[in-house]
Ligand binder design. Structure first.
Ligand code: N01
Length: 562
């Protein structure tokens, strides 16, 4: 694991066949930055392209009011460099977007990464040149770049989804999207504002917007389960304790299922008991303890919550009760109480005063579950024949997750085959890192990996190291290409589907399965077996000279230097 191992020795790159770069990285979020840093350390000639005007990825784009991380700052940060861990001071238990952006900029400067990054440059197309065994990229306004390897660190939630509601273009007021929030300050003072959507982004922004707007109307299709985040200023004593033992905490994270253990306050890690094996009293006590701690620790409360509907219902009912306590008007409370799907199967939200916001006089909740938005007019939003006049609309309508950002790039592998065609019925990868027919193309936090179910910063570190180790191996052995085999991908996809099939995730319309995007194939997009099991898969895939892959067009595993 990257947190506890020494920097690897630079590999000697093989002679580049008429290439501009050894490695091109797409995306300057956590994953791209880490990989760039490590690739440079290994002596690779590398260039990172980023569509945005600066570093940050998710944290560059999502500047909406109230945006903050809901994994503790001490955990949602790089583990690979202890000096960096020691010197950075987080100001809050859960860092807000501006602080995360400062942190990522600090990382870029501290490790001198900027000279190898090119901003405002979208990668539009990537085609594998079979004769030369290299990738030919079309970037920005037609610039052509050739590279031996390409790593897509394009993000899990980076292709925003804006539903094509009739009349949208006729609206005369202001329109915002949480994931494309402008860089200038948006002032809703004195305005009638609508928020469409009630996922994590909406749940974070609604309380902040409500405090500013003259009136806020929230249009809710599916109520979400939300837990109090309980953010607070960083306690310096806790900081000292964590920094004194950072290595131990990181090891625990890397060896845990989801990569977060709530190190900051009380470690509410994995509870090995099942909800249905303990008494109602013990269950309640466990839920109350976690409720008081706040955040996402409910995922680890009992082992059967994601597998057994009856067990799941014990937690769902506990949270429903809490929602009813937080909302004064019982009719509004009932609209906000989620019913009909298992808790935790749509991403659990963590809020700061979300439900209490509906106790304000200037906030109205409109359920569009049975009566969808009919149209948008120049002056408002129409539901069930009634117009709600508004001056501004905020779309908090989510993302074409996991595959969306990759599908925006015209990626073509052997024989000119398009990746999006190959993945029409769901992504097919070997260990979430490579796809058959697309040699030397790697995914970071991509489809098939545990992304979204494992702390994404740590996963990016692990995968970044795996990919660079792989490149190092090829270079040391004079090999030019590596690709997944169809049979290995089939085996991994089948294994992942079996795990997913044993869970309750299929019982809700969640983005993990693409169920939030009309027409997208409904299939679990990520690995649900937990990080330790995933790591075993990655180690096995690399064993015997990358025996589960094809090297230079022939089966791997022959006698080559380790
Ligand atoms: O997106 P979402 P998000 N008409 O897909 C509704 C991470 N994140 O940006 O549920 C009306 O969750 C849709 O309704 P429904 C986190 O992993 C983390 O909020 O499909 N409504 C839903 O209510 C999260 O899960 C943080 O019925 C429509 C909402 O829009 C992920 O990003 C903060 C609609 C979309 O919710 C995505 O969160 C923010 C339509 N046509 C995000 N289409 C942290 O706290 C969609 N909706 C760290």
């Amino acid at each position: 694991m990257s947190a506890v191992r020494a920097n690897p020795k630079p590999a000697a790159p093989a002679a580049s066949p008429a290439c501009d770069f050894d490695l091109v990285i797409v995306g300057a979020g956590f994953g791209g930055l880490y990989m760039l840093h490590r690739a440079r350390q290994r002596g690779l000639k590398v260039r990172l392209f980023e569509a945005a005007g600066g570093v940050g990825g998710t944290w560059w784009w999502n500047r909406y009011p109230g945006a903050r991380v809901d994994i503790e700052s001490f955990e949602y940060s790089f583990a690979f460099d202890d000096a960096l861990q020691q010197e950075w001071q987080w100001s809050e238990r859960y860092a807000a977007q501006p602080e995360l952006l400062r942190y990522l900029n600090h990382v870029a400067d501290r490790f001198g990464l900027r000279p190898d990054m090119q901003f405002d440059t979208r990668v539009n197309a990537a085609r594998f040149d079979e004769a030369a065994g290299v990738w030919d990229l079309e970037v920005g306004d037609g610039q052509r770049v050739r590279t031996r390897y390409c790593a897509m660190a394009t993000g899990l939630l980076s292709a925003p989804h804006k539903p094509p509601i009739p009349g949208l273009d006729t609206f005369k007021g202001e329109q915002y999207q949480t994931s494309y929030w402008p860089h200038h300050e948006v002032d809703f003072t004195g305005k009638r504002v609508a928020v469409i959507g009630t996922g994590s982004s909406a749940i974070q922004s609604i309380p902040v917007i409500a405090r500013q707007a003259k009136h806020l109307t929230v249009f809710q299709r599916t109520p979400n389960f939300s837990i109090p985040l309980r953010n607070c200023p960083m306690d310096r004593e806790i900081e000292k304790r964590i920094k004194a033992d950072y290595k131990k905490w990181r090891e625990m994270e890397f060896n845990s299922f989801g990569g977060f253990i709530s190190v900051n306050y009380e470690p509410y890690g994995f509870n090995p008991k099942a909800a249905l094996e303990v008494s109602a009293q013990e269950r309640r006590a466990e839920y109350e303890r976690r409720w008081a701690s706040g955040g996402l620790c409910f995922y680890l409360a009992f082992t059967d919550l994601l597998f057994n509907r009856e067990a799941n219902e014990t937690l769902a009912e506990f949270v429903r009760e809490k929602i009813r306590e937080r909302v004064k008007d019982p009719a509004v409370a009932e609209l906000l109480v989620p019913q009909g799907y298992p808790i935790l199967t749509k991403r659990l939200c963590a809020d700061t005063g979300y439900y209490e916001t509906f106790n304000r006089d200037n906030v109205t909740l409109v359920s569009i579950k049975d009566t969808p938005i009919e149209k948008i007019t120049p002056t408002g939003i129409v539901v069930a024949g009634r117009e709600y006049p508004v001056d501004a609309i905020v779309f908090a309508t989510g993302f074409d997750a996991v595959t969306g950002a990759l599908n925006k790039i015209d990626i073509r592998g052997r024989g000119g085959a398009a990746l999006k065609d190959q993945w029409r019925n769901g992504p097919r990868t070997s260990v979430g890192i490579m796809s058959a027919g697309f040699p030397n193309l790697f995914f970071v936090n991509g489809p098939g990996s545990p992304a979204a179910f494992f702390q994404p910063v740590l996963l990016a570190e692990y995968q970044g190291d795996w990919i660079l180790d792989c490149i190092g191996y090829l270079d040391r052995n004079g090999k030019r290409t590596i690709e997944a085999t169809e049979s290995a991908a089939e085996e991994f996809v089948k294994h992942s589907a079996e795990i997913a099939g044993s869970t309750l995730f299929g019982l809700s319309n969640n983005w993990y399965m693409g169920a939030n995007i009309p027409g997208k194939t409904r299939v679990m997009l990520m690995y649900l077996g937990g990080f330790p099991a995933y790591r075993d898969q990655c180690v096995a895939a690399a064993a015997n000279g990358y025996g589960k892959f094809v090297l230079d067009g022939t089966a791997a595993g022959q006698a080559v230097a380790a």
